[in-house]
Design a protein around this ligand. Structure first.
Ligand code: ADP
Ligand code: MG
Length: 217
């Protein structure tokens, strides 16, 4: 490990999950409105219930390695959330946690591998491709930007900032798309012109990761 290189640990994951929960809670009504326009209007309540449960589960189980924390977070989301987003984010975080394993700390390359595994889990389970107007359209560009920045040797803080910006651009890019997966796909062309709720919450979660990593020394 180079001197000055950011080392991430269990506190990073706790801060990330707590920050995700508070952003999602603050945006709950907006997420509900977005889902009411092209789905069934439960995305804000689903995600708030899920991430509040994650915060409680992590709080109750102190001392876990970062990978174990993510596995617990994923399991909690699957059991707390009924909508599509619960199993999708649940398997994403479980797969990310398994990629991190049992080590007490992790570096930028392991973060990249964990998030690539998370996206692969979402795509395996949900079968969405880029351009289908789902959370994949925020997470694909985000984790791609992270991977490229880390491969280019940029500091991990800059890499997560690039990821958060790419997630937000990807979220905005869902507006003109026609939905091809999930409930919004039932609307066909009428889904065009609306921002995808799942891409919107995904951008909040990547922005929370950026804030969590920025806090590390
Ligand atoms: P539900 O659609 O069951 O009501 P939510 O409202 O919580 O679940 O989540 C909707 C979001 O989930 C969508 O905006 C979309 O981003 C995401 N989503 C739905 N289906 C898929 C899928 N097959 N693959 C990836 N993401 C999906
Ligand atoms: Mg919904």
């Amino acid at each position: 490990m180079l001197v000055g290189e950011t080392v991430m640990n269990a506190a990073t994951i706790t801060t990330w999950m707590n920050g995700s929960a508070s952003s999602i809670r603050a945006e709950r009504d907006h997420l509900v409105q977005l889902d009411a326009a092209i789905g069934d209007g439960d995305h804000g309540t689903n995600m708030t219930r899920g991430f509040d449960a994650v915060v409680r589960a992590l709080d109750a189980d102190d001392g876990l390695a970062p990978g174990r924390q993510l596995v617990l977070a994923g399991r909690t989301l699957v059991s707390a959330v009924g909508g599509a987003s619960g199993p999708l984010w649940g398997s994403a975080l479980r797969r990310a946690g398994r990629a991190l394993g049992e080590e007490p700390t992790f570096g930028p390359e392991q973060l990249v591998a964990a998030l690539d595994a998370a996206l692969a889990a979402i795509m395996d389970l949900g079968q969405a491709s880029p351009g289908d107007k789902t959370m994949v359209d925020a997470l694909g560009p985000a984790f791609g930007a992270l991977r490229e920045a880390v491969a280019a040797g940029r500091p991990v803080r800059e890499a997560v900032e690039a990821a958060a910006a790419a997630a937000e651009a990807g979220r905005d890019a869902t507006i003109p798309m026609q939905a091809r997966r999930g409930r919004a796909s039932y609307l066909g062309e009428r889904s065009i012109g609306h921002q995808d709720p799942g891409a919107t919450s995904a951008a909040l979660i990547v922005r929370a990761l950026e804030r969590a990593v920025a806090q590390e020394r």
